[in-house]
Design a binder for this molecule. Structure first.
Ligand SMILES: [Zn+2]
Length: 338
């Protein structure tokens, strides 16, 4: 590799501090709310982390990004006067797992073992995603320098690892992960962390849901669980349902439903309870059954998008943005995954 991850990480930090493209340099909305005894949710715009405070320090689930982590470190220090002792990762995705290096001096980092694979080996066929995909004006699946804007334009040559003048999905993915602090300890199925007489349990929900390393963080005394990206509370699933095989995905959600908890905190959106988790699973199952019946009688995706309205869920967030994409995603799952 012609550059080190550390170099790219420090540039990613610089990039995060500069106004990018037409975005503003404003700080995102941030807040801390107690959701159960000694358990807090911390918000950074649309993203959520949770942390448990004990006399001996804090167990933090997800670091989101460097700006958030720096802010949170300061807040925890001022409010509670104890350091972050453990960072538990829900999964490796850069928008939930960046910036943890801020806690390097006091914390041990823990993740499911597959996180190491995700951090080291972006697959050569990784497609362009997110902002990079949106900037791909000629639609060739690569980002040429002339197309790039924002962070990709500013640091193009750093992302362009093989210096061929265009960025592959793998190069974009690797560059995005540059500021993700790798775990010190990994586990296979589950691991319990004990601190100051309290416990947090991190549980892998399956190899094939959302990412290979997807895990939930369970706080047994607080009767709470933190879960990210594979379901949400009062909100439609994201776009075209790229969560992995349908049964694996549903089983991961059912695994959460089997926990003995009262409080469910997700990585985006609202705090809820197990009835919200069940409602999200039922949404997916009802969508599956309606789309399957449509496929059975030979309906097209467009016809199903027009007729499957999922009315009982019209009050959920993102209903108007994602309903039609959810139908399309389910159509694809049922015709391609079988
Ligand atoms: Zn994710």
């Amino acid at each position: 590799m012609k550059i080190t991850r550390t170099v790219l990480a420090s540039l990613a930090v610089l990039g995060a501090m500069l106004p990018l493209g037409n975005g503003s340099a404003q700080e995102p909305h941030r807040a801390i709310t107690e959701i159960a005894e000694n358990l807090y949710r911390a918000e950074n715009a649309g993203h959520r982390a949770v942390f448990l405070v004990t006399d001996e320090g804090v167990i933090l689930a997800d670091t989101i990004n460097r700006g958030f982590s720096e802010w949170l470190k300061n807040e925890i220090d001022q409010r509670f006067g104890v350091p972050v002792r453990y960072v538990l990762y829900s999964h490796h995705h850069w928008d939930h797992a960046s910036g943890g290096g801020v806690f390097d001096d006091t914390a041990t980092f823990i993740a499911q073992e597959n996180m190491l694979r995700h951090l080291e080996l972006p697959s050569a066929n990784t497609p362009l995603s997110g902002a990079a995909a949106e900037q791909d004006a000629n639609g060739d699946g690569r980002l040429q320098e002339s197309e790039a804007s924002g962070m990709f334009a500013q640091f193009f040559s750093l992302f362009d690892e093989n210096a061929d003048g265009s960025l592959s999905g793998a190069e974009v993915a690797w560059g995005r992960l540059a500021d993700v602090r790798a775990p010190d300890l990994v586990f296979k199925d589950r691991m319990t962390v004990t601190l100051g007489g309290s416990e947090a349990e991190i549980i892998h929900v399956g190899q094939m849901t959302h990412t290979l390393d997807m895990s939930v963080i369970h706080f047994p005394e607080q009767r709470a669980v933190f879960a990210v990206d594979f379901f949400s509370v009062g909100r439609l699933p994201f776009r075209t349902l790229n969560q992995g095989p349908l049964n694996e995905w549903l089983n991961a959600i059912r695994a959460v439903e089997m926990l003995d908890v009262d409080v469910v905190v997700t990585g985006h959106g609202f705090v809820g309870d197990l009835s919200d988790v069940a409602a999200h699973r039922r949404y997916i199952e009802e969508l599956r059954d309606l789309v399957a019946a449509g496929i059975e009688r030979g309906a097209t995706v467009e016809e199903l998008q027009a007729e499957i309205l999922m009315e009982p869920y019209q009050d959920w967030l993102n209903y108007s943005d994602f309903r039609a994409q959810n139908v399309e995603g389910m159509y694809r799952i049922l015709t391609e995954q079988q």
